[in-house]
Each structure stands twice: as structure tokens, then as C-alpha cells.
Design a protein around this ligand. Sequence first.
Ligand SMILES: *Cc1c(COP(=O)(O)O)cnc(C)c1O
Length: 386
Amino acid sequence: MPIFSVPESLRTWAEVDLNALRANLHFVRQRIGPAPSILAVVKANGYGHGARETVQALAGENTIFGVANLQEAAEIKTVANPSDVMLLGPCLPGERHAAVKNGHIVTVSSAIEARAFSEYGNVRINFKIDTGMGRIGVWKDVAISELQSLQGIPGIEIHSISTHLPSADEDTVFTKHQLNGFTKLAQKLREMAPNARLHSLNSAGILTLPEFAGDIVRPGLMLYGCSPIAEFCTALRPVLAWKARIVLVKDLPAGAGVSYGRTYISSNPIRTAVLPVGYADGYPRQASGQGCGVLINGKRCHLIGRVTMDQIIIDVSDLPDVQVGDVATLIGNDGVNSIDAEELAKRSGTIAWDILTGIGRRVERFYSAAPEKKRDDSVEYQSPPV
Ligand SMILES: *Cc1c(COP(=O)(O)O)cnc(C)c1O
């Protein structure tokens, strides 16, 4: 049970359990066996958990790191060896020089793009193949000829050959077919580039089709303790809890409208609690009126009315003792009850990735294993059991 030291003056914060993060990495390792490498995906500020802290917690676990772009690579440059960082997205022409100079592994979709990088020096590339994502990567039917042109270019080392799965969490039949096709194609490509490593699996792929692990896997969401496949939810440990303190408790009579648009009208007298967190913090506005709740003193209480920019309103009529300063859990456990990112996402019509990466800058992150975050005015705050 990690102990987080959170100042009483803090309105909203996230608690990040770095041991849970490491446990989830070990779960990936169990799924895929000892041979494949793990590329931990830490893009978008480590899925909202803090990129630097995530990298630090996973360093020494024989991982390399995946970020979306050069800017994100710069954010982790003091904690990750730049040669262990792969840029998963394409670079703009103006970014190529720095990407090469920094020694990152760059993702390319064509020989022309690879050549443009090589003008700045030796470069390791991740040669990406589009086998059904329809986004970046060279279309599979022309991958062989593209690799042939690419091979003549001096200064290029093919670090890896990879593809991406559009439907691993939704359509295992398609995904299996896609992976079989990629495996066949990759065999031919590897005759041309024998040292290239193969990779294709994201979290959903690792969970459903680990036999396609290849040489490297690329887990993102599952490292943070959310499973894109429902049956694995309990096997992973949630890493992040999101909390806020009640700033106001107020009674309203029957017939009172609550929040913008007066979409909620109380049918009885109610007691409400205002939480100082809103859509500007990443709490989804689409959660309004969808039966979302928060946990207060171990009990689930309903969000009523619309989510506003900086505040939400909770019905606490069932909690006679509730007080200003009490902690509400937006995501996480309180006693036997829990609300996970997946639930909040479903009710808001989105996905857990969106919820986690959307948690905003106003939400200070606290780390279970980062004592330098402690402050003098802090009180020991014991988080509920995970
Ligand atoms: C984001 C990303 C991943 C991780 O996906 P999850 O579903 O979060 O595991 C893997 N590969 C690539 C190329 C990505 O961009």
C-alpha cells in the first residue's frame, strides 16, 4: 500500500504507483517469454503519468522507450539513453537533423524519407509497413521494392521492421490474419536485412496473440494498469489514482437546477458537494448525465448536472458526515469500491487512453517512490488499499 504525501491545500492531484508500473511490465514479460525486448511506450507524458518518472521507474528493466515525437524525446533525455528512444511518429523535415544528431531510432515510411535523414549522418531506422492501419508506413504491397531502394543508401542501419494493429482490441480474426501476413512478408524482408528486429504488438496484441511477439513488443496502456481486453483487467495493477478535495458542501431544496443548462433538477432536498475539478483538468465533459460517480468515504456518489470547466457537483445526500476537505476519488479505489479509467471512458463515450492522457497540467502528480516530491507543509496521507 503506497503512502503518498499530499498537502492539505491541494485541490486535485494524481497518485502514481511506480511499483504497480513495474509489476505490469513484469506481466508483459510473463506473457511474451524471455526472448523479446520490450519497448515501453511513454508517449503523451507517459500516458499522463509523467514521462520522466515512468522512464526512471522502468529503466534497468532492459527496456527501450517509445515516444511520439522529437519534443517528447527531449523531455526524457536526462533519464533515457537517447539511442534507446524510438520516435514512433514521423519527423517534419525541420526535425530530422536533431533526430539524427541525438541518435534516436526514427520511424520511416519510404526510402525517400530515409534518405532525407541520412543526409545528416548515420541513422538507425524503424522501417514501418502499413498492413492495415492506413496511417504511417509503406503500403505492404510495395514494401519489398521500397526496402531494396532503401538499402542502397549509405549511413542507414535498419534497426527494425514493424507494423501496427488497428483492431487488436476489437477483431482478433482480422488481427491474426494481419499478423500472419506481416510475418510472411517480414521473412522476405529479413532476408534482405538480416539484423532487423521485428515488432507489431501493442497491449491488445500482447494480451490476445502473444505468439506474434517477434523480437520486440510495444506495450502502452497495459503498463499503466488498464487492459484493452476485459478479461485481463484484474491481472494488471492500476498505476494512477485521481483525487480531489471537497471545497464546498451545500443543501439544495427540491426543484433546484444544478449546473449549466439545468439538465438536473432535484426531485427531493439534496446535499451537494462541489469538487474543484472540471473539463479543463481532463475530467470529460461528456461524462455529464451518464451516471458517473466518485468515491467519498468509501461510498459511490453520483455526479449531477454538467461537468463545468473547473468544478463538478456531487450528490452526497447519503453521506451525513461529509465535510469540506474530504477526499473524493475520481479514478481509483476507496475501500471496496473502485472506479477505473475504463469505466469513466465508457460512460463518457471514449476510451481509457483518452482519459489518462487527458488528465491536465493542473493535476499535480505524486509518486510512490519519489521522496523529493515531499513538501514541508505536507501531511501524511494514506491512500486506500490498491
Ligand atoms: C501508442 C502505440 C503503441 C501502444 O499502444 P497501446 O494500445 O497503448 O498498448 C504501440 N505501438 C505504436 C506504434 C503506438 O503508436
